[in-house]
Design a protein around this ligand. Structure first.
Ligand code: BGC
Length: 711
């Protein structure tokens, strides 16, 4: 034990010395750079690179989207794809799926494998992950994020970052902050209380910095309290760099910089995406950017201190030392068997079984039955479209392909049923689908949203909460002639499910990437027992969601600003506190087996501030399949002196239990995580008194409650 401690001590001393040496070296480099060289490092030199210092052997920084795979190569100075042939990649499942696994180990594997692909493609900075909180189901980019709960998002994002960065590739966590809708994203001024900011919208970014040690952060497009987030004094200088001690680089969102003085003074380090101006210089067309020549001039004229520039350069060099200048970083690899296995594992563990009447699923794959697969999403490619997360997938197994392969004893017939193409005659499609449905033994309806504009896609929000292209009507019509129907929803957002009583089963599938079809088929056949849990609520109707309840001033705003009137009551916090039941709740997800939770206890009844609450329970798999379950612990304050959510997720554990077996579970919750953000003192406060601990397997399915006291 003593030797171990001694070893650790020497190891830490050595690490400290190495870091100190690196910092001294960075200062040496800075002292040798000219003013122009330093300024150049603070802005782009092409769509996805920023310059190094050629005469000193300091290489350029190569960046790439993110967050589900490495984006195909873009032309040097325009948005066209470069049409390379060596940029085909593995498409990993969307981050909503990763969050739905409730499995931090898988998140690490995701990051590690993705980082390897980034490395192989010679990228130094991965523009991801995204951790904006899911506030409204209309946000076109929710699929790139990790759901509505700050604790879940924080827990999942940290291992992702560590995995990516282990490859010597920086994760650039985005979009900091409050970019919770795409509509008017370039200018909407978000008004939100300090409490909601710190309790809901910042924790995943904070965890990325403090626990994940993220090397880069991307400023968002929108404004917050009057300043654009890519040069926002409060967010970048005061909170990120001062309070959280962030030592990495702040990169603007592409074209998110609007003001030279703010960009210089308010914490931005690298300006990206501001258009190049070839009339200034063909060789250096980005020198006219906000952090370009005008920045240099201000320093020469004494208007700005050079120390401000040096701080930016110091951060950039530090990031380079961790990435492009790190001689020990691995070479990476791409499209390996391992990467597809990881993509499959995450996809099949993230799929959520929402409903399963009379154990309709799984369908025995040995049966010689007729399966009707209906719906455009059975074939539609989902790695294309959606905006900057678009990928050139080396392979993408469609749901139909996966089903045909898995159910090879059955006769599988396909009909499109509806179309996202407005010019298509949908009457014919509908007729054909109904005809097919009539004689089938089982129907898999594969629909939902897609990556087209105004669906799950960047730059716009959805226009309606309904399933698009008249799918609800089609589902109801099919169910009238054949009741044996399972709906497979492919989306990154909740949709209206007013047809849910007409069908036997519903599966929430996500944008699952390369292995999509294999993962979906494995769930349908029972090869994989579903264990995903919803990372966001499915309201019955749009107005049941907290952001929408207060009307236009809350979402989408008046065109120039908006106020988050639901405040801290986002997602299930709203549904639970206001007693507005959702159609499917946060944390909900069924299994083909059944689990029982019992002997739920806390290790003490009273705790003081520095202690951990340890919740223990037994879980029994009382069904006939082996499976995984997520035990979830929510906590609420009894008689709080401030408004609080009825319950908040504070801990969870995913566990594998064999059929007819039991396991013991322990979940540790630090007392300090029970605090609320006190605006009077601008800090967290843990109230003394009684707290109710809810233990269950969904936010609305609690098996037992315990009271503990904080003294
Ligand atoms: C997106 C970012 C992305 C960047 C570069 C922006 O439009 O908001 O998420 O990383 O483009 O493609």
């Amino acid at each position: 034990m003593r030797i171990k401690k001694l070893f650790l001590f020497f190891f830490l001393c050595n690490q400290f010395l190495l870091v100190a040496q690196e910092e001294i070296n960075i200062e040496e480099i800075i002292s040798k750079l000219t003013l122009s060289e330093k300024v150049a490092m603070c802005h782009a030199q092409s769509k996805f690179t920023s310059p190094g210092v050629p005469r000193m052997g300091i290489p350029e920084l190569y960046m790439s989207d993110g967050p589900h795979g490495i984006r195909p190569e873009i032309n040097w100075d325009d948005w066209g794809y470069a049409n390379w042939t060596n940029d085909y990649v593995t498409a990993f499942p969307a981050l909503t799926c990763l969050a739905a696994t409730f499995n931090p180990n898988l998140s690490y594997e995701y990051g590690l494998n993705l980082g390897e692909e980034a490395r192989y493609r010679n990228k130094d900075i991965l523009l991801g992950p995204g951790v904006n909180i899911y506030r409204t189901p209309l946000n076109g980019r929710n699929f790139e994020y990790m759901g509505e709960d700050p604790f879940l998002a924080s827990t999942i994002v940290v291992p992702y970052i560590k995995g990516v960065q282990q490859n010597g590739v920086a994760a650039c966590v985005k979009h900091y902050a409050l970019n919770n809708q795409e509509l008017w994203r370039g200018h909407i001024d978000v008004k939100v209380s300090d409490r909601a900011l710190h309790e809901i919208y910042l924790p995943a970014f904070k965890a990325s910095v403090e626990k994940g040690n993220a090397w880069a952060i991307m400023g968002a497009y929108n404004k917050f309290r009057g300043q654009h987030c890519s040069h926002n004094d409060l967010l970048l200088n005061k909170i990120l760099k001062k309070m959280w001690d962030f030592d990495g680089v702040v990169i603007s969102d592409w074209g998110g910089v609007h003001d030279s003085n703010e960009a210089i003074n308010n914490g931005l380090d690298i300006e990206m995406g501001t258009p190049s101006d070839k009339s200034v210089s063909k060789r250096y067309p980005y020198n006219n950017n906000f952090l370009g020549k005008s920045f240099e001039k201000k320093i020469i004229e004494g208007e700005v201190e050079e120390a401000i520039l040096d701080d930016k350069v110091r951060r950039i060099l530090r990031l380079m030392k961790r990435t492009s200048l790190n001689k020990n970083r691995p070479f990476g690899n791409i499209n390996s068997k391992k990467h597809y296995e990881t993509a499959y594992k995450i996809a099949s563990e993230g799929i959520v079984l929402l409903k399963n009447d009379n154990d309709f699923l799984p369908i025995d794959k040995n049966k010689k039955i007729t399966i009707a697969v209906i719906g455009e999403n059975a074939k539609k490619r989902m790695t294309l479209g959606g905006g900057s997360s678009e990928l050139k997938a080396h392979k993408e197994i469609s749901p139909l392909e996966g089903i045909e392969k898995e159910f090879n004893n059955a006769i599988v017939k396909y009909s499109r049923g509806y179309s996202s193409d407005a010019n298509k005659n949908t009457n014919d499609l509908k007729k054909q689908a109904l005809l097919l449905a009539k004689d089938a033994d089982v129907i898999f309806f594969i629909g939902g949203l897609n990556k087209d504009s105004f669906q799950d896609s960047e730059a716009n929000d959805r226009k309606s909460y309904d399933l698009p292209y008249d799918q609800s009507k089609l589902i109801s019509q099919i169910s009238k002639i054949n009741k044996n129907i399972a709906i497979i929803l492919i989306s990154g957002n909740a949709v209206k499910t007013d047809w849910k009583n007409d069908v036997k089963s519903i599966i929430q599938s996500w944008y699952l990437g390369s292995e999509a079809g294999n993962a979906i088929a494995s769930i349908l056949s029972g090869k994989v027992n579903p264990s995903g849990k919803l990372p966001f609520s499915f309201p019955n109707k749009l107005n049941d969601n907290g952001a929408h309840y207060f009307g236009k001033s809350s979402y989408p705003g008046n065109g120039s600003s908006q106020t988050y009137l639901e405040d801290i009551l986002v997602g299930y916090r709203w549904h639970e506190t206001k007693k507005i039941p959702p159609s499917f709740s946060f944390g909900h997800g069924l299994s083909y087996t059944s689990f029982e939770l019992f002997e739920i206890n806390s290790n003490q009844k009273k705790y003081s501030l520095g202690e951990n609450i340890e919740i223990s329970c037994r879980i029994k798999n009382s069904g006939k399949y082996d499976g995984k379950e997520v035990v979830q612990v929510y906590i609420g304050k009894i008689n709080s002196k401030v408004d609080r959510a009825l319950k908040e997720l504070k801990g969870f554990k995913k566990i594998y239990v064999k059929a007819n077996h039991s396991e013991n579970i322990k979940i540790k919750i630090p007392v300090k995580s029970l605090g609320y953000y006190d605006e009077m003192i601008s800090d967290w406060q843990v109230e003394k008194g009684n707290y109710l601990i809810y233990v269950g397997n969904a936010s609305d399915n609690i098996c037992d409650k315990i009271v503990v006291t904080i003294i």
